[in-house]
Design a protein around this ligand. Sequence first.
Ligand code: N7H
Length: 466
Amino acid sequence: QLDLANIQGDILEGLPKKNQTFFFFRINPNKVPDFRVHLAQLAPLIATAADVKNDRERIRLEKERAAACKTTASILEMSGVNFAISQKGLTALGNTDHLGDAAFKKGMLNDAPTLLDDPNQFVDALKQDIHGAITVTGSSAGVVASTLANVLKVFNVGGEGASIDPVYQVDGQTRPGAEGDHEHFGFQDGISQPVIAGFSPSTITEPVSEVIPLGRVLVGEDGDLDSTGTTVIQRPTWAKDGSFLAFRQLKQRVPEFDQFLEANKALTDGNKEQLGARLVGRWKSGAPVDVAPLQDDFALAKDPNRNNDFRYDPGSQLRCPFAAHTRKTYPRNDLSNSKAHRILRRGIAYGPEVTDSEAANYQSSTDPALERGLLFACYQSNLVNGFQFIQHSWANNADFPPKTITSGFDTIVGVSPAGVPRTMVGADPDDAATSLDLTTDLFVVPRGGDYFFAPSVSAIRDTLGQ
Ligand code: N7H
């Protein structure tokens, strides 16, 4: 029986959010005992999986009420706090336990050669040592800011003898109006999430055939296996029911992506929207191209029973290119064990909307205040099998999935090794072999991030805190 009150809320189902702040910190080396006391005080403020269930039920009831009264549902005020620690943070605490994940141990900056990241593009603060992350979600920017302020008081930040020093803060928000959960390129995000054995989500996510073992998400649970899929990974007992978090700030060059679609739309007979859909694997509405290859289908996109119920044809790119982002990052039946690499994605957009002048010039402004993109976050019990594997062995690997033709790089997040042209095939439905040059200027530029462990509430209170 899962103890939902002991599992952090963002992991299994995601904290409900309109806004989210990621606050990264370093533990003050002179205040380690104080930090541990403060951490124990933070534990009761953590939003758990049980809290998320309550919040989602409140939202559901409000929607039901609004529908009955034929009014728009009100946005209910709510907020959630979660906490995660890096390997450097554990070391700063003097905790020498091995969590059993090589990527976590290394940290994301040192993982740049594996991920093909360019640290010159990183936000300066994200090149510093980071010990932990506090994430605060909420129903508005104001609620998030006041909740964060209360959390920081727990660590005496701004007062006498702070136990943590701020390193970096970044704020995300869902996009305005109808764009809602669409990321900045305009595509609906957050549709495909795995169903987790032994956990009933508040909303339907996927056909039950897509169930993954609990241990693929939570450390120490059934299915928490190494990359061979057979050996149980040894973890410290306190790590049980925690999960690894990969965080990345990914800048999106939206006008440039748009211009690219415009310039190459002849591949889809002049239909720019179709070209975009074939590169992503879904139309902007979220409708999968595998089900609706020729035009967007809003009813399909909105139907939770159908919008994620599809299998790619392993021999064909007619409906969806092998290198389309969704096919690369979760190849479904292109591969017999693709489920072993599933992750729970928890991203949110950041930065302002594209300005008229950027759109008119097809060029992102160099003004840092106009940087926009995705604060990508994902949970898994194994970073080496999860995020790191997807980025390194699938997105950045032109030969994946193994087919008679070289598929090319993930159209959205794939990076080619130095000197290798960044191309893909299959954008043209009439000629699967036509190669498309994705250009070396990435549409998605990694700006840094880190690997963390999101422990259970009892581990925060009793093991890391005291
Ligand atoms: Fe991706 N995008 O807007 O193009 N992603 N992603 N992603 N992504 C998905 O199915 C996007 C990124 C995955 O189960 C959708 O829910 C953008 C990274 C996985 O079929 C869209 C960025 C990684 C899936 C986007 C970005 C992944 C997925 C369709 C960066 C991992 C599920 C919505 C700025 C290394 C695939 C949906 C499945 C879906 C976009 C980043 C992975 C629209 C813009 C870094 C596993």
